[in-house]
Design a protein. Sequence first.
Length: 461
Amino acid sequence: MALKEVLRQKIEEFRPRTTKLIKEHGHVVIDEVTIEQTMGGARDIRSLVTDISYLDPQEGIRFRGKTIPETLAFLPKARNSNYPTVEAFWYFLLTGESPNQAQHREVLGEWKVRQMVPSYVWDVIRALPRDSHPMVMLSTGILAMQKDSKFAHFYGSGNFNKMAAWEYVYEDAFDIVARIPIIAAFIYNLKYRSDFQVAINRDFDSGANFAHMIGQCDEYKDVARMYFILHSDHESGNVSAHATHLVHSSLSDPYYAYSAGLNGLAGPLHGLANQEVLDWLLKFEKKYCKDAEPTKELVTQALWDTLKAGQVIPGYGHAVLRKTDPRYMSQREFCLATPGLKVDPLFKLVSMIFEVAPGVLAQHGKAKNPWPNVDAQSGVIQWYYGLHEWDFYTVLFGVGRALGCMANITWDRALGSPIERPKSVTTPMLEQWAAEGGRKLGTAAKAAAVPATVELAGTAR
């Protein structure tokens, strides 16, 4: 059975669950909100729903209920590889199932058809100043394709049916995830390889094809597969995923929505972290290691010097996780299994910091989570394979994150998710409730807080 038909069956089975929750249990309280959360970026407020992934503080990210090792073991592998294809992972994110051999061939074949990028996209990107940031080029390239949005055309046709809308989102979403690696490779070659463009190899899966197009070695094919899968999704509350969901909730098509998500990903507090970690590591190596091996004593002293100077240890700590990020461990295992990377001086430094930093940070006492996150490792791998243009690292992140964002908004439309419109309060209101020890809910306020019905689609309020 083709992917779209499997997904259709899943959606039809799932819709009654959503409807029942809203109609029969919509009044059930699942969380409380503090002033700190209200003023602190809505941190830890349970107000989003996704079944694509969940971030557990102790286990890390789960894709469709499976841990990273379980996910990698569950899915069919690329040819001559221990890693799944990105295409198989896309099938899994949408359906929660592993494609069988025939389904895997089908999605691989459909991906190859959809990955053909319209020529006008190249014209638009080339029209930008050559020194534009690669994320500007990527966001612009995605937005340029909006004119061909199947969802936008369906909405404007006069025959819009909200129950069928997901099919057109699916079409756009599939086009985006298939094309974005091709656009990213074009941008890399345009900016960093004197516009030396390499044609698609139609025998390759998506990860292998990306490596081929940017002139990388065979080993890098697995790097691309691993990187895109690990960075694909992280619940819905991170900026790129939430921005995509928020913009699409107004029924903006996937091109508008993911361009917005990429713009959020480009922010220094989101997608820039791996670049900043690598910069710090290179300076650390130059200052403390020089030609010496990074011993435990040397690294311990250097980390204490960093903390006493009022600086942080980049790549350590996480807003949700309270253990080592499994995405870090997955990349570390790749490095340890790769002969050249295993003895690379920069990886040796990362390994020694991993051995020492948690204890130093725990003793320091200010870090809630003294363990490394995904960014502590990812830039080192790219650097080893010669991708020294770290402005491009966020583009790599954006290619992977498209998978989760596009799977999520396909399901948003399938389940008729409403336009997102949180309620704001004023500072004097917060000050009053603080003085009173909390908000006093009278009868009228309680009635307003528990609406009798929930609008599933419609215009903004």
